[in-house]
Write a protein that binds this ligand. Structure first.
Ligand code: ATP
Length: 143
């Protein structure tokens, strides 16, 4: 039987190659909404938002927390170039919880301020990290 088709996924940040594997499929937060990519996908480039990328590899699923960036897709290759990326085991949950709490306080204070968008982005990054790490909290989920 022929092996199931795979697609090479490289997740790159300014600091590191965060992930590089042959995978079955990915699903992640593109600027226009959730996008799924399978092997042999048509070429495309899209901006990505803060959120969680779901990766299926050999039938197993992992989640990668990403900040904003771009994704370039070729039939056999996905390049995800993002500001930050963490695998579940790399995520410091206490740090993300502290960041989320700080962002929540700022969101309360900065309602009519230009810093609101910045606090919102910090909040989203913290929530994405908690989600990718499998840590379910009860806060409001914008992602
Ligand atoms: P914080 O306020 O905790 O620094 P942040 O959202 O402002 O959070 P970023 O600027 O997005 O942090 O990331 C800075 C660096 O720290 C990146 O390399 C990112 O991968 C890493 N990082 C941020 N938060 C965490 C976390 N909770 N666990 C592991 N790495 C993290």
């Amino acid at each position: 039987m022929a092996a199931a088709p795979k697609i090479q996924l490289d997740v790159v940040t300014p600091q590191k190659l965060a992930y590089s594997e042959q995978v079955d499929l990915i699903e992640g937060p593109a600027i226009d909404g959730l996008i799924g990519i399978l092997p042999d996908h048509a070429p495309l480039v899209t901006a990505m938002k803060i959120g969680v990328v779901r990766v299926v590899k050999d039938g197993e699923e992992i989640q990668i927390a990403i900040s904003d960036g771009f994704m370039e897709v070729q039939p056999d290759q996905i390049n995800l170039v993002v500001r930050t990326a963490e695998l579940p085991e790399e995520i410091d949950i206490e740090r993300a919880e502290a960041a989320r709490e700080r962002a929540e306080e700022k969101l309360e204070k900065e309602k009519d301020n230009v810093d609101f968008a910045r606090a919102e982005a910090a909040y989203d990054r913290a929530k994405a990290r908690l989600k990718a790490a499998g840590h379910h909290d009860h806060g409001y989920d914008r992602l």
